[in-house]
Design a protein around this ligand. Sequence first.
Ligand code: FEO
Length: 172
Amino acid sequence: MISQKMADRINLQINREMFSAYLYLAMAAKMTNLGYTGIARWLTVQYHEEMFHAMKFVRYLEDQAAEVKFDAIAVPAFKENDPKSLFQHVLEHERWVTASIREIMELAMAEKDFATQNLVQWYIDEQVEEEKNAMDILQTIDLLGNTPQGLFMLNIELGKREPSIPLDYTKI
Ligand code: FEO
């Protein structure tokens, strides 16, 4: 059993994770338009990762017999149309998600909600990985001099990304 306040906060996070998925899907479409199909693949895999994050919270609410509420998902607005500035946006977005996850942990600690603390620790660890992924790509872009040739190579490399999570959400 979790508090109503916690259920509401987790429902908000489900919305934020789905917004993240929507944002990365929109970014993938933009990169495809620009010919960066490998980067688009990386972003599409990231879309699936975000849906996994959302669905993991959904399952948790269900397991706790709390109501799942799906709210409207915001328009994924972004202006970037080159890989470097796009991944800077990705990094900023992930830092925002990290702060949001920390809020849930702070609430769980204040409420002595040990089950939610245990769950959210997974997301805390995941956010270290999420930020690192974006920082690594930005570092690679800088090492390659942010040149057309370098971005061409990066595009090939990122196109090799495979999902590391189950795509069948009934298995979460
Ligand atoms: Fe669900 Fe990229 O954080």
